[in-house]
Design a protein around this ligand. Sequence first.
Ligand code: FES
Length: 143
Amino acid sequence: MKNKKKICDGENWLYNDIVKDHFFHPRNILIDDTDYEYDGMGISGNAFCGDVMIVWIRVDSKKEKIAECKWRTFGCASAIASTSMMSVMVTEKGGMSIKKAEKLKPENIIKRLGGLPDKKLHCSVLGDKALIQAILDYKNNRP
Ligand code: FES
């Protein structure tokens, strides 16, 4: 008889259900950016672990609101879940204003995720930093 026991189904993983959901079903992830047109793009790296994050935004320039936020990372589960949540937060309810998005802090994202383990808090900074870079890129290149 074959062994049917699951080795790792995430059940006893250290993350809460919201974090797991965003890790297993990341929102707004962009795997192939070949033809993706964006208004701003930012890249950040985490010196602590060497992981990398890229964020692209599309902006409704009339309203100065974020219309789309796409991302891709070479990072861990916390980075994936945090950035997935961040991408939801900046695009929900018609999009977050650029001014408000610039003030978004990792703590705000972690709160919406229902918390992260202490040793994984630094991972939530990746998406936030890349978003700020993308906004700067947008501001520097807008007509
Ligand atoms: Fe590198 Fe989480 S360990 S982003």
